[in-house]
Design a protein around this ligand. Sequence first.
Ligand code: IVH
Length: 701
Amino acid sequence: MTAPRTQEQAVETLSPDQAAEELERLAKAIAHHDRLYHQDDAPEISDADYDALRARNDAIEARFPELVRPDSPSRRVGAAPGTGFAKVQHAVPMLSLSNAFDAEDIAEFLARIRRFLSLGDEPVELVAEPKIDGLSISLRYEAGRFVQGATRGDGTEGEDVSANLRTLKDLPKTLKGEAPGVLEVRGEVYMARPDFFQLNRDQEAAGAKVFANPRNAAAGSLRQLDSRITARRPLALFAYAMGEVSGNVGATHWDFLARLRDWGFPTNPLARLCTSLEEVLAFYDEILAKRPELPYDIDGIVYKVNRFDWQERLGFVSRAPRWATAHKFPAEQAQTRLERISISVGRTGALTPVAELAPVTVGGVVVSRATLHNEDEIARKDIREGDLVVVQRAGDVIPQVVEVVAEKGRKREAPYAFPEVCPVCESSAIREPGEAVRRCTGGLICPAQAVERLRHFVSRDAFDIEGLGDKHIRAFFEDGLLTSPADLFHLRARDEAAETKLQDRDGWGPTSAGKLFDAIESRRRIALDRLIYALGIRQVGQATAKLLARNYGTFEAWRAAMAESQDETGSAYADLVNIDQIGPLVAADIVAFVAEPHNQAILDALADELEIEAAAAPAASDSPVAGKTVVFTGTLTTMSRGEAKARAETLGAKVAGSVSKKTDYVVVGADAGSKARKAAELGVATLEEQEWLAMIGQDAP
Ligand code: IVH
């Protein structure tokens, strides 16, 4: 570390007041030099002097952690090694897009919008834009000034990369003209292809890491802890959406794009306003043909409903808006040799055949493994080891083997015999009638399943524990350190008591071990939906986990409801299937999971270690329908049933599919049948459509 200069007082002797004063001075000075360096390209001090300022700041903060300022330089560049970036909660979640692959999917996308909005023959305007293959970011402006920029992260929480974003030439630091007090702009950071090639040449010459594709290069450049490195990377930006906004930004997306340009943002010049299915499809073909000449990578076209009032009514399904979709370009293909077929065992015991390939570049990415789906697929395509095969890759999905290329005169291997025992634990692997998948019956004794469950538990959308890779999990499992999820939370204590420390193990050191323990500690507090998802219950993905969390509210309430499955009425199952969007098969899997004594032990152990946050209170808890269970039946006149359900859910109501004693209201439209009768029988309140609208404050015009 740099020695303090003579006029500086030793950190140990500073009083808190002196420390606070100096931290303020340092924050200003460092911000000033950052600006000179990044924005004006005119530094006034040497790198060594600059580093000394930061070191001094860090040393004072280390002694007075309670004095760390919100605008501290250490926060802005994530300075202290290992701490990474600060987390940012997105005021409005950053969503993903549903995918469409052909004209039929797009026709259905439009038809769904028409149904949902109950439109007659009114045209639906769509804005079509290239889907940029970069990484999405959120840019926050307050009073017209850039104050914070964050990565998407898991959509709810991203990383603060403000300092790095400031180095982008494309990013306006202050907005031109009038702008809302709070304005969050969303867009894509990308690297143009020629810049990417040049960067890789430079990296190679410097003996540094080369990137697989422009997307990875852009992501790697934006996630640098030292923003001076980002500043040297040729990153570019397109703005295309908004997050939190405090004022009016126009009535349509098309107008909004014009506003973005007025404020100083680059928007994609190819965007087009379309008024029919034919027009958007023609746009798609046109851009697909232009794709090779574009200086940046795109992987499809995004269609967005132009009118904001319609976007608002359409709302979202789980993590994607109903008002937009991504029309993907066809997958890229290549030929290569299938060297071997291996079998991987998943967390639910599914045996998945994997093609081990001679490495080949498919659309700019090197592929050496691809999925073969299941044994029927191998038989149907008659895929054998040693064959020449066509491999395809589309976007982020796992590459797949499409077909075998016939080779005249070449002697092929025997047809592939799918194993009937688990390759890991040697238990028999069984295919239930009607199922495509063969599963290992080893259950709890199968190490492959156990390791996969743990991997899932710590994965990004679950507990999101950084620094615990696959090979570490396997090693911990084999050494008996980590056999069940709750063991994670004992790792640190065990390590303190143990003779051989984690930091002495192969591939670990004091920093990485400390970081891992910190990462685990920081997850002791966890949202209920994440916990449920992390359990790895068959068929329970993020969307279902969210539904369960919202429906039961707390972990205790969920467990109590599930415990009822043990009695003969099986009310847990009835409870589950009554949740809108949870079907009988999923309900059966959930009940089977919680009935398993081993899983109950896991849940008990986790409950002891964790602070489980109740599911977020309904969006509008002051609505009279918040927390109420509502059933819609019959034909509604002012909106489609889909929109009615979505609206009720936005107001915090639970929408159920059938009437029971737990139902609060049944909303009856025209021609309502058995559900209305059942409501009368059970004495559940029924409402006419107009009464319902009045109740939610949406009287018909
Ligand atoms: S709109 C609510 N427009 O695609 C929808 N996204 O799969 C907000 N993307 O995370 C996204 N180009 O990173 C939108 N013109 C474009 C886009 C675009 C690329 C990315 C974005 C998003 C992902 C969704």
